[in-house]
Design a protein around this ligand. Structure first.
Ligand SMILES: O=C(O)CCC(=O)C(=O)O
Length: 298
């Protein structure tokens, strides 16, 4: 993405809390993702046409475990333009926080409550800077008729009062952008949003790809969710996003060593200002021993 284009998106996220990157998913990729999710839905819960519309326990279908379901999903969290934008908002070394599909059933009018995606993070609002972003991959058209995501523009600066009251009056300024399948909406986790009533005859499908700043704990513990042997086969960038790397060379570091070893800061000082080291990422090779293990072995 050119800098001028990136600036437009950054301005929109700062002002409204969201932006849309239009027509970035090729139609064959939209179809492949949609078909694979629908296959999984049927395999998991049976024919989706049979689900009752009058039962309030069913309003949307979530599909989890996408990374393990099919390699077709591996390219999603590492989408170049999305990562460029997300890293411009959150800083380098972002982490994948959550990844699932969300299919809103037609004829359902028990919309998801309005919420922010960072309500569990105990930092004051407005945040001193964004701490998470969600990229919503739009796989079927999103609008007010189909149950497209509703958002309260600018609410990333507001308190979470509306989350607790769900007050209709407070939601009167909510919008449901008209977004065509093949586009990706990126929003600040702090913005109030939700899926919505689907008045159409078709299911409304999106992929929710959530990222966190590299210094904050993600929703999903990928180390427990994806076996290491499987993670080793993933693209390097995806491994990075799952946390197989450090933030600023330190946060998220690991050791399997049990033992003592010499540590010195003298070298750091001799090399100049230690703060210059901040921002450098360490990318351990999953196949090799960590540097600390190596140090202990010496
Ligand atoms: O599907 C959508 O439009 C929004 C979903 C959402 O906000 C969520 O599941 O947290």
């Amino acid at each position: 993405m050119q800098q001028a284009q990136l600036d437009v998106h950054l301005k929109a996220i700062e002002g409204d809390g969201f932006t849309v990157i239009e027509n970035v998913i090729p139609p064959d990729v939209v179809d492949a993702l949609k078909n694979r999710i629908r296959e999984c839905e049927v395999a998991s819960v049976g024919p989706i046409e049979d689900l009752p519309t009058e039962d309030d326990n069913y309003s949307f279908m979530r599909t989890a475990g996408l990374l393990r379901l099919d390699p077709v999903f591996h390219q999603v969290p590492i989408h170049e333009e999305v990562l460029q934008l997300v890293e411009a908002v959150l800083g380098e070394n972002v982490l994948l926080s959550a990844f699932s599909a969300m299919d809103v059933q037609p004829g359902k009018t028990n919309a998801q409550p309005i919420h922010s995606d960072d309500a569990l993070v105990p930092v004051p609002r407005p945040h001193f800077k964004p701490i998470g972003c969600t990229a919503m991959w739009v796989l079927t058209d999103f609008n007010a008729h189909t149950g497209g995501t509703r958002l309260l523009p600018g609410s990333q600066r507001d308190s979470l009062e509306l989350l607790f009251t769900q007050d209709e009056e407070g939601m009167k300024d909510a919008i449901q952008p008209d977004i065509k399948a093949g586009s990706i909406m990126v929003f600040d986790h702090a913005v109030l949003h939700s899926s919505a009533n689907n008045y159409s005859d078709e299911w409304r499908l999106g992929l929710q790809v959530s990222y966190h700043a590299g210094w904050i704990r993600p929703f999903t513990n990928w180390f427990l969710s994806v076996p290491l042997e499987e993670a080793k086969t993933y693209p390097q960038k995806l491994q990075d996003l799952m946390g197989y790397k450090c933030y600023a060379g330190g946060i998220g570091s690991h050791t399997t060593a049990v033992g003592s070893y010499h540590e010195s800061y003298g070298r750091l000082r001799a090399d100049g200002d230690p703060r210059k080291k901040l921002g450098e990422s360490e990318k351990p090779d999953l196949r090799s021993k960590s540097s600390r293990e190596a140090a202990v072995a010496r």
